[in-house]
Design a protein around this ligand. Structure first.
Ligand code: S3P
Length: 429
């Protein structure tokens, strides 16, 4: 078992830094480029394990993808040229790869079998399989298509209107991609707007769609054309260092060139609700994505209610926000976040167990957490649950915990943030 020993910080943090490219945008850049006939270029790609799975899948389908660190050159002969993978396709730990790629493969005349790691095998796939079946898809899978492995008998699909019961950008994107490759029109109606990188990026590849409030409509029979893209820094990775400055007294951090898409910046709103001293400055737009700098200075925080429409815009940041809440005065209530139970691990149970073992007061609810601050944390031996965001939350907690913290299975952090420990060490200088 991999073990990392972490020590507390003995001084305030003063740092200006960047974080690696956005995970959601990197996946989409590879998928859309692979469907576009010609050569596309992607800069600042996130070369983490999840996005590398998406690259590997499209290589197996016959797309030529050259990778040099964070630069990609993707050469595709277009949708019609994709070939059947000779082996079962492996999605690893990546829910985004699994859901979006299944949406594509369901609509192409190819047979594919696919599977994932132990975590992905437990995550629900019926949320995409059922609407794809309504479009005419032929997909078999474990527990009647509810879980991987899946066998996808790609075929011609028909557009649908889909009132999406889950708040999920992966589901929305899977149906939009299938819709783009179907006949007729596909409309998705969301209860709450989820991250909209697919809607922002498809037009960069020449694909038309219309967005009206919570309704997205795409016409079938469209083929993307190549594009050149730069991926902004991942706000979900920046979140760990913003949180570090929020909990280590007298700290000051600026994170530069980070994506500020409003469907992703819920953490900034939540920190403001807790009283944080935080400044956001948009400096430019890349494609449809606003990009800029986020500066945070340590300040005493108070508990807040984090729930409702805010949740999808900070869903991946809730573990680290829960840690921040242990250092805020009073009670923080996180609600309407039942989706956390079906992430890389059950993040409600994992966060409650991890923070309790550090000595925090945390109560688990069916759809969230109640955290009573402010607690003094004590170093402990604690596992990542093989979940990258739980692993990073533990590493940030270690900065303020008394004594040593031993993180086991921290290697999973490479899923979304290769170089995390190097960046963490640089704060200690
Ligand atoms: C993602 C959407 C979210 C998020 C995940 C990435 C995406 O998942 O948690 O890390 O790239 O579309 P859901 O769509 O399941 O909410």
């Amino acid at each position: 078992m991999n073990e990392i020993t972490l020590s507390p910080l003995d001084h305030a943090i003063a740092a200006k830094m960047t974080v690696p490219g956005d995970k959601s945008i990197s996946h989409r850049a590879v998928i859309f480029s692979s469907l576009a006939k010609g050569t596309s270029h992607v800069s600042n790609f996130l070369a983490g394990e999840d996005c590398m799975r998406t690259i590997q899948v499209f290589r197996e389908l016959g797309v030529e993808i050259e990778q040099s660190s964070t630069e990609l050159v993707i050469k595709s002969e277009g949708i019609a040229s994709l070939k059947e993978a000779e082996r079962p396709v492996y999605f690893g730990n990546s829910g985004t790869t699994a859901r979006l790629v299944t949406g594509v493969l369901a609509a192409l005349p190819l047979f594919t079998t696919c599977y994932g790691d132990d975590s992905l095998a437990k995550r629900p796939m019926d949320r995409i399989v059922l609407p794809l079946q309504q479009m005419g898809a032929k997909i078999d899978g474990r527990c009647e298509g509810s879980y991987l492995p899946l066998a996808i008998h790609g075929t011609s699909l028909q557009g649908i209107t889909y009132d999406m019961p889950v708040k999920s950008a992966q589901v929305k994107s899977a149906i939009l991609l299938a819709g783009m490759l179907s006949s007729g029109e596909t409309t998705i109606i969301e209860q709450v707007k989820t991250r909209d990188h697919t809607e922002q990026m498809l037009p960069q590849f020449g694909v038309d769609l219309t967005v009206k409030d919570r309704k997205v409509t795409i016409q079938g029979g469209q083929e993307p054309v190549p594009a050149d893209l730069t991926v902004p820094g991942d706000i979900s990775s920046a979140a760990f260092f913003l949180a570090a400055a929020a909990i280590v007294p007298d700290s000051h951090i600026t994170i530069k060139d980070v994506g500020l898409n409003p469907t992703r910046t819920g953490l900034i709103k939540a920190l403001e609700m807790m009283g944080a001293d935080i400044l956001v400055k948009e400096t430019r737009r890349i494609g449809g994505e606003p990009v800029g700098n986020v500066e945070i200075k340590y300040k005493e925080l108070s508990g807040a209610h984090i729930e409702g429409e805010l949740i999808p815009s900070l869903i991946d940041e809730l573990p680290i926000l829960a840690l921040v809440a242990t250092q805020a005065n009073g009670k923080t209530i996180i609600g309407d976040a039942g989706e956390l139970r079906v992430k890389e691990t059950d993040r409600i149970a994992a966060v409650a167990q991890v923070l309790t073992s550090f000595g925090a007061e945390v109560e688990e609810k069916q759809d969230g957490l109640i955290i009573q601050g402010k607690s003094s944390l004590k170093g402990t031996v604690v596992d990542s649950y093989m979940d990258h965001r739980i692993g990073m939350m533990i590493a940030i907690a270690s900065l303020i915990a008394e004594g040593k913290t031993v993180l086991t299975n921290g290697q999973c952090i490479d899923i979304s943030y290769p170089g995390f420990f190097k960046d963490l060490e640089s704060l200690k200088k």
